[in-house]
Design a protein. Structure first.
Length: 78
């Protein structure tokens, strides 16, 4: 068999900064779907966003990298 199966990965992240009220959850949800990732994203009472992603390792890495940037109106600090 010549098929290579990539390892599935999971990431649980907390994003801090100006990440609520700027379309951050929609940004993450849309990008995660386009990368065929499962998971969820939600606002926390302390102003952070929490998210869990599961899927192919390279796609999980890509969504985590995107979370470090966020949409244009956001300002990710940590």
């Amino acid at each position: 068999m010549d098929e290579i199966t990539e390892t599935m990965k999971r990431a649980h992240v907390y994003i801090d900064g100006r990440v609520q009220g700027v379309g951050f959850r929609h940004f993450v949800k849309t990008r995660a779907r386009s990368l065929n990732l499962a998971g969820w994203v939600k606002n926390l009472n302390d102003g952070r966003v929490e998210a869990v992603f599961e899927g192919a390792g390279h796609n999980v890495k890509e969504i985590v990298d995107l979370c470090r940037q966020g949409p244009p109106a956001s300002r990710v600090e940590n």
